[in-house]
Every structure is written in C-alpha cells, then in structure tokens.
Design a protein around this ligand. Structure first.
Ligand code: ADP
Length: 178
C-alpha cells in the first residue's frame, strides 16, 4: 500500500508514478532494444520489458530464455527501474494490468513507420488512455534487428560485433555451436 497525502488521497505516490511497458518479441534482445530501454528508464519511473508470447510467431528462443537474457542485460546495464515480464493477449490489457500509462516502441528507419502507425491507431481505439511514445536509437543501431542477429548466428555461426549483450552472445554460441 502507498502513503496517504494531506488531502486524504491514498496511494498518491503510486498513481503519480509514470510507468511504461516496452513490448516486443525480443528473440533475442539486441543492443538496439537495450538502447531504447536505457532512454525509457530515464523518461519513466518504472519500465517493464514485456516479452510477447505469440503462438503464431515462431521464436528460436523460449520465453524463459528471452526473459533471462533480457534480465541479465538490464542488470549489467544498471537499469534498476526496469523489470521484465512475459505477456500474451493484447498489449493494452497488459499495460492496464501493470498500471502503465505508456507504451514505448523503438523507431528505426522509415520501414518501421507504417507497421508502428497501424499499431498505435489500433491501440488508441482499444484504450485511448494509454499513449505510445516512440524512441529512436543511436545511429549505430538504426539497422540492427533480432532477425539479422539470428541469421548471422544460424547461417554464419557468428555474432555481429557490438550487436548483442554478453548474455545473448553466450546463448547464441551455445545454441548454434560456435
Ligand atoms: P516486434 O515483434 O514487436 O517487432 P521486436 O523485438 O522486433 O518486436 O521489437 C520490439 C520493439 O523494438 C519494436 O518497437 C521495434 O521497432 C524496436 N526495435 C527493434 N530493434 C531495434 C533497434 N535496433 N533499435 C531501436 N528499436 C528497435
């Protein structure tokens, strides 16, 4: 339970807290994702990296592995107001369940824009109380994606330098035997 302020309102600390979720597949989490999380951790009091469980999207890593890699990378980066959780169902429902008022998404090159716009419009219709905030990564990560990381590991048996945190590098080399 939170404290009570002089006007008698309960939980004022908690309701004043700005919480954002950062949803994605994170298969696996990359330095681009972490760049966005780092920025979000400065903008919001609390951030939840939300790892999506989507049976229609086949992931190479289990949800538990994706959560574990993300948790380790967040710890290593010292992002102490960031936590991780798995979710299925609608993003806006997950946001509500966690008292989040914001959804953070990363915006890279123009190719992201159309997809992201469709998502924002759908989420606005579903719950107009939850706002989406876009964050652009450092130029180093503008063309980095989980799928490029996966392809380099699967086909080339290697990790693109500077693309993933150590926890992911270890898991990729375990999985693909390099
Ligand atoms: P999704 O399946 O929802 O696209 P991803 O894990 O691929 O999930 O990405 C989650 C979010 O992170 C999306 O908003 C995506 O645009 C963003 N993102 C992915 N890679 C990068 C990157 N290199 N730099 C910045 N944002 C990124």
């Amino acid at each position: 339970m939170g404290a009570t302020d002089t006007t008698g309102r309960a939980d004022y600390n908690e309701s004043a807290m700005k919480t954002a979720i950062y949803p994605g597949t994170f298969d696996p989490v990359t330095c681009g994702h972490l760049d966005i999380l780092g920025e979000a951790s400065k903008l919001f009091d609390r951030v939840i990296g939300a790892v999506g469980v989507n049976p229609r999207k086949s992931a190479i890593f289990s949800v538990d592995d994706r959560l574990q890699m993300m948790r380790e990378a967040i710890y290593d980066d010292g992002l102490f107001n960031v936590e991780v959780a798995a979710f299925d169902g609608l993003t806006v429902d997950f946001a509500r369940e966690h008292d989040a008022q914001f959804i953070v998404r990363g915006l890279r090159a123009v190719t992201d824009f159309e997809n992201e716009l469709a998502l924002v419009l759908a989420n606005e219709q579903l719950d107009s109380g939850i706002k989406t905030i876009f964050v652009m990564p450092s130029h180093k990560y503008l063309y980095l994606s989980s799928s490029i990381v996966r392809q380099a590991a699967e086909l080339g048996r290697r990790v693109i330098p500077g693309s993933v945190p150590p926890a992911v590098e270890r898991k990729l080399s375990e999985k693909f035997g390099f």
